[in-house]
Design a protein around this ligand. Structure first.
Ligand SMILES: Nc1ncnc2c1ncn2[C@@H]1O[C@H](COP(=O)(O)OP(=O)(O)OP(=O)(O)O)[C@@H](O)[C@H]1O
Length: 321
């Protein structure tokens, strides 16, 4: 609650106690022109306080609206943000780590949509990072669904970057809108297409792509027998990727245009077929619960601050999807 003339106080430890509540309330603060003070930032995480990606996101929003940000440094558990008018324009933000560029986009997008001028944002960091949407999730799932709200999200992947070096870069162009058109996303329909992308970059062998893909396809076939699974295999070219990385994303599209995804990244000590199967299992889990968005899009659309509780999901046999 805000005292007369004081900031709105937000307890950052509620629900998951992660970065999402910070991003959502900073973006809302900017949109509403309301000063906000967030305490107990990321209290639910093993390394509480701001990480590079969160700090860079806050600074981006501050710069987009010429606002004032107090106390923001790596490790800060409390910040105070006073927004100004959202001007938009050109801006570069760099996590200087593998911190996700997609999370920089997540906090800035609501602001630039209501800026005074079109925006051109360059985000640097990890494009395919853990605990965040892979950039391919952003372009293949988030973008098409978000654009139903009647705006265009132009996202150019200039360079890919992975843990631990980062070094990836995306260019995002957004023109402001006067309002967002409401959408109706209540009829899930049936799954009509399954497609995806499996990649390796750097010194990693292309065999990893084949292993991730065949394990993912095997896993999907066990539940969805009649659909062709079209996963594109990619060896990232050296001039378009920094460092070594591998991963996979699999998207399911339904007859009513709903999109769901499962994705996973290669890690040391985890066999490639395990990575492929993980992505497939996440996708299948999200198809089973009967909703119109997956667990990630649910919070990225801002409808909810955390992942859905699986016990609340309606379980349907996949044959009826
Ligand atoms: N596999 C995934 N696919 C798509 N989106 C994802 C995936 N994993 C995480 N996300 C998204 O990344 C965001 C992560 O939010 P979260 O609150 O975990 O914050 P965070 O900034 O990463 O900080 P923290 O370290 O506190 O978790 C959420 O929007 C979530 O939907």
């Amino acid at each position: 609650m805000a005292e007369e003339g004081g900031p709105v106080d937000v307890d950052g430890s509620i629900m998951e106690g992660g970065g999402q509540i910070l991003r959502i309330c900073t973006a809302l603060s900017c949109l509403l022109g309301t000063r906000v003070r967030v305490s107990k930032i990321r209290a639910g995480r093993s390394t509480p306080g701001l990480r590079p990606q969160h700090l860079s996101g806050l600074e981006t929003v501050r710069d987009l609206c010429a606002g004032q940000l107090k106390n923001a440094a790596i490790g800060s558990t409390e910040i105070d943000f006073t927004p100004g008018r959202i001007k938009g324009g050109s801006l570069t933000a760099d996590t200087k780590t593998a911190g996700s560029v997609c999370l920089l986009l997540q906090v800035s997008l609501p602001c630039v949509l209501f800026a005074e001028t079109p925006s051109e944002l360059i985000f640097k960091g990890g494009t395919n990072a853990e605990m965040a949407p892979q950039i391919d999730y952003t372009t293949m799932v988030f973008k098409p669904i978000a654009e139903h709200f009647s705006f265009k999200l132009d996202c150019d992947i200039r360079k890919r970057g992975y843990y631990p070096r980062g070094g990836g870069e995306i260019l995002v162009r957004v023109s402001p809108v006067r309002y967002l058109k409401p959408i109706n996303l209540t009829d899930r329909g049936s799954v009509t297409k399954i497609y995806g992308r499996a990649f390796v970059a750097g010194v990693l062998p292309y065999k990893i792509v084949k292993d991730m893909t065949s394990a993912a396809v095997r896993c999907i076939r066990r539940e969805l027998r009649d659909l062709y699974v079209n996963i594109q295999g990619v060896q990232e070219s050296a001039d378009r990727a920094v460092g070594n990385g591998c991963g996979i994303i699999i998207v399911a599209e339904t007859s009513t245009g709903c999109l769901f995804a499962g994705s996973s990244l290669g890690r040391k000590g985890v066999p490639s077929d395990r990575v492929g199967a993980e992505a497939a299992e996440i996708l299948l889990r999200n198809l089973r619960h009967g909703g119109c968005v997956d667990e990630y899009l649910q919070d990225q659309m801002g409808s909810h601050g955390s992942r859905p509780d699986p016990s609340l999901c309606i379980h349907k046999p996949l044959s009826t999807l």
